[in-house]
Ligand binder design. Structure first.
Ligand code: NAD
Length: 421
């Protein structure tokens, strides 16, 4: 059988498994297997050289049983309809596993955003929001950031939508710059949440975090703040895997521990971590094979761990920070090797949780301190971790299955009470 690299089929398979395990009425899976609404749009952009280019964009709104939908927007050359649909499904379960009053959605534009000028990126961002404006609304569905989008893009989203409606609507997008209604702590939130999960993993598995050695694939928004906060909690980050246009994939390794703050400075100056002086350069292939790693954190893109590299992995535990970083077949291998995998919908839920906080603050026009944001985030994620870990023990299922069982049960209950199934 060929490996399931289609994230949509992968997401559907995970939902089906949970529905079967919970012995739910088949109508539950029937409602959850496809998004409620998908919009495909064509976005014309007048490029700096005067030519006209059209980009394809998507918005997928998966399920509204728990509340309005919420989900980021990805600008990446590999974006496809199936990827956006899968990501919207995962968002539904991510919101449910942490108990947020949201369903899941996702958006994307097939574009290499790095090749656009700032002016072109602004036109594309505004064009995307214009094109999907008929199906979004703070009370229906609101975008946030994902791969290839950032606070500035969220600012353009919010400004464009406010212009369309004729008044200021900060709650239409989260992950905005602080100056226009962004939440303190949002930019760091996903990585911070991953570190909260790493601490919980150590506690649950009786490991001393001060002796824990961590390797992270991806030093973007999520990976870099996960690294920084893991170090703050006492762990050692010994390897970081990365990709750059000029050399492709690579990794930086220092068995004594990398100086993460210096890596931030170096990446800000040079654009990547190639030849970072505080470690030695190794290949990404060797990064996966490192044998002295306690916790491996894939924090780059989907399908990072396939059958090929997973059989070589020697790390003791995996904490998923990226969305869908492990193919189902690779997941099976890890399962057989008894390597516990703490799943994405739990571990990277800090981002949507802080987005929820931003939305709440915008709707109330009342703003919280960063300490309030972080402490509420920690409370929510800690409870979610405890619920999932309890389900894992009680039902004797993998942690991923346990997370889906918690999430699917909540959504199925809501759909039943509402009379949908
Ligand atoms: P990002 O673009 O800021 O960072 C991704 C990083 O991964 C980049 O530094 C890139 O160079 C690196 N990378 C790309 N391909 C690689 C490869 N093959 N090997 C090693 N490194 C590679 O994106 P991000 O916002 O950090 O998101 C990362 C993942 O986390 C995605 O799966 C995203 O969907 C998920 N996620 C993000 C958020 C968020 O708030 N940003 C929230 C939840 C989940």
């Amino acid at each position: 059988m060929s490996e399931t690299l289609n994230p949509f089929l992968n997401a559907q398979r995970q939902v089906k498994k949970a529905c079967d395990k919970l012995k739910l009425d088949p109508s539950v899976y029937e409602l959850l297997k496809e998004p409620e609404k998908v919009l495909i749009v064509s976005i014309p952009v007048k490029m700096d050289d005067g030519t006209m280019k059209t980009f394809t964009g998507y918005r997928s709104q998966h399920n509204t049983a728990m509340g309005p939908t919420k989900g980021g927007v990805r600008f990446h050359q590999d974006v496809t309809l199936d990827e956006v649909k899968a990501l919207s499904i995962w968002m539904t379960f991510k919101c449910a596993v942490v108990g947020l009053p949201y369903g899941g959605s996702k958006g994307g534009v097939t574009v290499n955003a790095l090749e656009l000028s700032k002016n072109e990126l602004e036109k594309l961002s505004r064009g995307y929001i214009n094109a999907i404006s008929s199906i979004i609304d703070p009370k229906k569905d609101s975008p946030g950031p994902d791969v290839g989008t950032n606070p500035q893009v969220m600012g353009w989203f919010m400004d464009e939508y406010s212009k369309i409606k004729g008044y200021n609507i900060p709650s239409i997008a989260t992950g905005k710059p602080i100056e226009i209604g962004g939440s303190l702590g949002r930019n760091q939130a996903t990585g911070y949440g991953v570190s909260v999960m790493v601490k919980k993993v150590c506690e649950a598995l009786n490991m001393d975090i001060n002796k824990t050695r961590v390797a992270i694939q991806g030093f973007g928004n999520v990976g870099s703040f996960a690294a920084l906060n893991c170090v703050k909690l006492g762990a050692k980050v010994v390897a970081v895997g990365e990709w750059t246009k000029r050399t492709g994939t690579y990794a930086v390794y220092n068995e004594e521990g990398l100086d993460v703050e210096k890596m931030f400075e170096y990446k800000a100056q040079k654009g990547d971590l190639v030849d970072f002086p505080g470690g030695k350069m190794i290949s990404l292939e060797d990064f996966w094979k490192l044998d002295n790693i306690d916790i491996l954190i894939p924090a780059a893109m989907e399908n990072a761990l396939t059958v090929e590299n997973t059989s070589q992995i020697k790390a003791k535990i995996i904490v998923e920070a990226a969305n869908g970083p492990i193919t189902p077949e690779a997941d099976e291998i890890l399962n057989k090797k008894s390597i516990p995998v703490f799943p994405d919908i739990l571990c990277n839920s800090g981002g949507v949780t802080a987005s929820y906080f931003e939305w709440v603050q915008n709707l109330q026009n009342y703003y919280w301190t960063v300490e309030e944001v972080n402490s509420r985030l920690k409370t929510i994620m800690t409870k979610a971790f405890d619920d999932v870990f309890k389900m894992h023990k009680e039902q004797n299922v993998t942690l991923r299955e346990a997370a889906y069982l918690c999430a699917v049960k909540r959504i199925a209950d809501a759909m039943k009470i509402r009379g949908w199934v």
